[in-house]
Design a protein around this ligand. Sequence first.
Ligand SMILES: Cc1cc2nc3c(=O)[nH]c(=O)nc-3n(C[C@H](O)[C@H](O)[C@H](O)COP(=O)(O)OP(=O)(O)OC[C@H]3O[C@@H](n4cnc5c(N)ncnc54)[C@H](O)[C@@H]3O)c2cc1C
Length: 544
Amino acid sequence: MDEIVTTISTLHQVTPAGVRRGPRPGRLCDMRQSRYDAVVVGGGHNGLVAAAYLARAGRSVLVLERLGHVGGCTVSAAMFPGVDARLSRYSYLVSLLPDSIVRDLRLRFEVRQRRIASYTPADGSGLLVNNTDPGRSAASFAAVTGSDADWRAWQDFYAATGRLAQRLFPTMTEPLRSRAQLREIVADDATWDRLIERPLGDTLQRAFRHDAVRGVVLTDAVVGTFARATEPSLRQNRCLLYHVIGNGTGAWHVPAGGMGALTTALAGAAREAGACIRTGAEAVRIDPEGEVIYRAGDTEYTVGAAHILANVAPATLARLLGEDGGGEPPEGSQLKINMVLSRLPRLRDAATDPRDAFAGTFHINEGYANLESAHTEAANGGIPALPPCEVYCHTLTDRSILGDDLAATGAHTLTVFGLHMPARLFRDHPDEARKRALDATLRSVNSVLAEPIEEGLLRDRDGQPCIEAKTPADLEDELGLPGGHIFHGDLAWPFAEESDEVGSWGAQTRHPRVLICGAGARRGGGVSGIGGHNAAMAILRPRG
Ligand SMILES: Cc1cc2nc3c(=O)[nH]c(=O)nc-3n(C[C@H](O)[C@H](O)[C@H](O)COP(=O)(O)OP(=O)(O)OC[C@H]3O[C@@H](n4cnc5c(N)ncnc54)[C@H](O)[C@@H]3O)c2cc1C
C-alpha cells in the first residue's frame, strides 16, 4: 500500500465559487424532465466531470451517451473471453488530472507511482530512468552514451520543465491568460523559448548528443500526433508540453484498478449529486438556441437546455450543429495493442531485469532518427518498416485488475502504443492494414526481446491468443473519435490566442449556449477532466 499516491482528501480548503461542499443534499435525477439547466452530449470522463460540478452546484443535468456505458476513452474491459483481466482498453496512464478535481468531487480514486520512469534499449544495453535511484540512471546513461554529458543535460531539461510545470499547471483550471501573461507567470524566458517558441527538434538537437536520448524526449511530442520534430506548426511542442506539466511534476501514474475506476468514481459523483445519465442515447442534432435531439432505441427525443455542453470532438459538434467544421479534419496517428501474457518475456539486454524494463515506459525503436524516418515512411503512404512503439505493463504496479486466480500466476497485461500510424494508412483496406501494422509492430517489439512476444500470449476460453489491436479507424468507429484522434484534434496552447479569449474558460463556441467540455476544448486533451471542469466553471463562474 505504501506505493499508493492517495489523491483522495477531505482537507481541501479552497472551494470554487458555486460548487457546494460536503455531502450532497440529495437532488434526485428526474429523467422525465423536458428541459434541464445543462445537457451534456457525451458521457466521457470530461462530460462526467462537468455533470458532477454542475449538479453539485444545484443545476439539473442530463448526460446523453451514445454507447451502452459511460467513460469513452477512459474505460476498463475484460475483452478476452474467460480471462479474468480488466484492461484499460484505450487510455492507461494518468498525469493531467488535477488533484483539485479529485478533491472537489471527493472521488474514490487513487494513482500509483511507477518505480521506473522508462527503459530504452540502445547500443547493446539500455537507458534506465529510475524514479528512486538516480545513481542507477546516471550509470546507464554513461554506459550507453559514453559520457556524463547527456545525463546532466537530461537533468537540466527536466528540472526546467518541472519549474515550468509548477507555474503553468495551476493556470489550467483558471480563466485563460494571454501568451504574454502566461510567459510572465512562467518567468523563465530560456525554457519558454526552448519549448514554446522554437521547434522542439532544434531544442533537442542542441541539448542532447545521443540519438536514443533525443528520441526518448521526442516520443512525448508525437504521441497520437503525426508530426516531425522540426515542424514549424509546433504541434509537436504542444504535445510535449501536455506530457510534462501534469500536477506540476509531469509524472505519469498508473490508475489503481485501471482507467475504469476513474470513470466509476466520476459517474458515482455525478449521480450522487443528482445528475441523470442516459446511455444508449445518441445526439443526432443540436439546435444552438437550446435543444438537443437524440435517439434512444427506435425513438427520437427532444430535450431543452439552458446550456449544451459538448463532450464530443469539435468536428462532431460542428456536424451536429449542421456547420462546416473548418480547417483540416483531425487525424489520429497511433496503433494501440492490448495483450495478456503468461509471463514477461526475456530481453536481449541480459543485464536488465524484465521487471525493471517493463515497469516504466519501455521505448522500442524510438531513437530520434528512427522516429523521423518512420514519419517519412508513413507520410509516403506506408506502414513504417520498424514502427517506433512503447510498451506499458499495468500489472507490475497494480495487480488488482487481475482476478485472484490469474493474479496468483506470473501473468501480466501489456499495452503497446505504436507511433506514426496515421489514420490515412487504414482508410482503404482497414482489416488488411491493421494486420500489417500489427505484424510490423510486433516485429519491432521482438527486435529487443530474446524470445518472440507471441510465445507468451495467454489463450482465451476459445483458444485464441489474448491480443487485440486498435487503429485510428477502429477508434473512430467505436468511440466516435473523428479521424481516430485521441485528443479530439491537435492539442492547443494553454493560453489565449485571440484577444477575446483572455479571461474566458476556453470552452466557448460562437453560440452562447453551447460550450465544449471535452478533450477538444483549449487545455482539454488527455485524461484530465480539465475540459469538463472549465466548461462547468464557464457556467458557474462566467467572469472567472
Ligand atoms: C487508445 C488511446 C490511448 C490513450 N492513452 C492516454 C493515456 O494513457 N493518458 C492520457 O492522459 N490520455 C490518453 N488518451 C487520450 C484521452 O483518453 C482522451 O483525450 C480523453 O479521455 C478524452 O476524454 P473526453 O471525456 O473528452 O472524451 P471521450 O472519452 O472521447 O468521450 C466522448 C464520449 O462522447 C460519446 N459520443 C460521441 N458522439 C456522441 C453523440 N452523438 N451522442 C452522444 N454521445 C456521443 C462517445 O461515445 C464518448 O463516450 C488516450 C486515448 C486513446 C483513444
